[in-house]
Design a protein around this ligand. Structure first.
Ligand code: MLC
Ligand code: AMP
Length: 505
């Protein structure tokens, strides 16, 4: 047994002087230098007492060191658990507690002392500029590390994904989940060592970490590694790249800028979009403005990428293309599980080497969503059209996707319900020109109580990551319910659905 994931993505680049990363200031890091950093980090992980299968949680700014930490976990057989930098300490506490992480590596600006006290987890610092106690230890560590053997079915990473119950679930991803998907994407999207990918995504999610980074590593290509998306820096960097991956908000923001022209993008080979629905209108406008047809693909945390519009064939707006090689997609009746014929709308189920192993310590949840025959019930609703392309038409799960981030209303409702004077609440998503969808909170006050929305907003700010916070709160008399007592969110969406129309971003 070796460690095929590490060898294929990282190990094979030993001695390679070619640039893996190019930074905003033009400086670069070679593959070889990245690997040496990785080995130093792997030595530190070992020195700190982590053994194969232990979890390392990381809440760190986007940096080359952040990627090296991921690589070091793969090299040392430790499970990597990246966390959104917007999460508040109370949110981090849940992930650390649930995963049983042995080490938390975090930026020193995050105040995670209470997490350490609560869970007894070790804490080391890794800051965006490469400083911090973790890096201090690494400076004295060897740049050689004997790669730990791991099989294809062994765990590589946990990515937490929220649930309709409000409790996040740790999706367990194996070495083969990551490797098989990277191999498929390199082939399907024709990545090679000649490519330069513009990377403006965060690196704590599937899209920026696995889809983008693993594909580039496997192809031995180069990434222009920007700290975050900003229209100015992306437009500045575009001439030096030939490929870009982004969420739909990236494309709508670029379209809002007059500098997006055919000249700016003439040299580009490929623009890819995913993580949220790309409006057909955005696809069409982008082609009109640049001549490029954005390639839309469909994936999720539990499965990596499932389907893609073709590289060579017709990229059809409003569809997410066909199943990737080796991956089966079927549409089923949500009530009976029976497979539906093409053209019918049902729940999308996916099977393949990309599908995760299950939810950490949640066997029942795993059984509910992952069938014995290997099909995963995605919670998305779709149909396969007459040309065999998958269209996503909605969701069978109460989920809002804002700027590519998933937000589960239940989690926010639990926070709102807990506020003094609030009897009950409902959270819905409404169309938003920048984020695709954005969050609205509807509150019902207890009898004789009047709610102060300023105070409520302040409490929410302390408890929920910024992107989850409702952009608008309304106090209403009561929540509409059906005869079973279930809140009729469709009625609320009809009533409040135009809240963000014409409003400022
Ligand atoms: C930031 N904010 C958001 C937000 N991002 N609010 C709602 N939705 C979002 N997505 C809030 C912040 O809390 C802050 O609020 C304010 O907006 C400005 O913050 P910012 O950091 O300056 O925002 P900005 O740079 O504009 O970020 C927007 C964005 C970013 C779209 C560039 O969110 C982004 O990079 N999204 C990509 C997400 C992603 O990678 N998803 C992939 C998931 S994997 P305040 O109140 O403080 O002003 C997956 C599988 C798959 O889904 O298929 O790929
Ligand atoms: P996450 O759990 O963050 O990985 O988000 C996965 C969800 O994002 C999927 O279940 C879909 O609902 C959505 N998604 C991803 N890609 C697309 C796409 N191209 N079009 C529509 N929805 C998408």
């Amino acid at each position: 047994m070796s460690n095929v994931l590490f060898d294929r993505l990282f190990g094979c680049h030993e001695g390679e002087t070619k640039a893996f990363l190019t930074f905003a200031d033009g400086s670069q890091q070679s593959y070889d230098s990245f690997l040496r950093q990785t080995a130093r980090f792997a030595n530190v992980i070992e020195q700190l007492g982590l053994v194969v299968g232990d979890r390392l949680a990381a809440q760190i700014e986007k940096s080359a060191e952040g990627l090296a930490l991921y690589a070091a976990c793969i090299q040392s057989g430790v499970v990597f658990l990246p966390l959104n930098t917007a999460y508040m300490p109370a949110e981090i506490s849940y992930f650390v507690g649930d995963s049983g992480a042995k080490l938390l590596v975090a930026d020193q600006s995050y105040d995670l002392g209470e997490v350490v006290v609560e869970h007894g987890v070790a804490l080391e610092c890794l800051n965006g500029d490469g400083s911090g106690s973790f890096c201090d230890l690494a400076r004295n560590a060897s740049d050689q590390f004997s790669t730990v053997e791991r099989g294809r079915d062994d765990l590589a990473a946990f990515l937490y994904t929220s649930g309709t119950t409000g409790r996040s679930k740790g999706a367990m991803l194996t070495h083969n989940n990551l490797l098989s998907n990277a191999e498929t994407l390199v082939g399907e999207w024709r990545f090679s060592a000649k490519d330069v990918l513009l990377h403006a995504l965060p690196i704590f999610h599937t899209h920026g970490l696995f889809v983008a980074t693993n594909t580039i590593l496997l192809a031995k290509a180069t990434m222009i590694f920007l700290p975050k998306f900003s229209t100015d820096t992306v437009i500045e960097a575009l001439p030096k790249a030939n490929t870009m991956m982004g969420v739909p908000t990236f494309y709508t923001r670029l379209l809002d800028d007059p500098r997006l022209t055919p000249e700016l993008t003439r040299h580009m080979r490929l623009f890819i979009s995913g993580s949220a629905p790309l409006l057909a209108e955005t696809h069409v406008q982008f082609e009109r403005r640049t001549g490029h047809r954005i390639l839309e693909r469909y994936g999720m945390t539990e499965t990596n990428m499932n389907s893609s519009n073709p590289y060579d064939g017709k990229r059809r707006p409003g569809t997410v293309g066909k199943p990737l090689p080796g991956i089966d997609i079927k549409i089923t009746n949500p009530d009976t599980g029976e497979t539906l014929t093409d053209g019918n709308i049902g729940q999308i189920e996916v099977r393949g080497p990309n599908v995760f192993k299950g939810y950490w310590k949640m066997p029942e949840k795993t059984r509910e969503e992952l069938r014995e025959d290997g099909f995963f019930i995605t919670g998305d609703l779709g149909r396969i059209d007459e040309l065999g392309y998958l269209q996503i038409v909605g969701r069978n799960k109460d989920l809002i996707i804002s700027g590519g981030y998933n937000i589960y209303p239940k989690e926010i409702e639990l926070v709102l319900d807990d506020l003094p004077g609030v009897l009950e609440s409902a959270v819905i998503g409404a169309p938003h020109s920048d984020f695709g969808e954005s969050v609205i909170g509807l509150l019902v006050a207890e009898d004789d109580q009047s709610l102060d929305l300023n105070i409520i907003e302040e409490v929410i700010r302390q408890r929920l990551a910024g992107f989850k916070q409702p952009r608008k709160l309304f106090v209403i008399d009561s929540l509409p319910r059906n005869t079973m007592g279930k809140v009729q969110k469709n009625i609320l969406r009809d009533e409040f659905g135009s809240t963000f129309q014409d409003s400022a971003k």
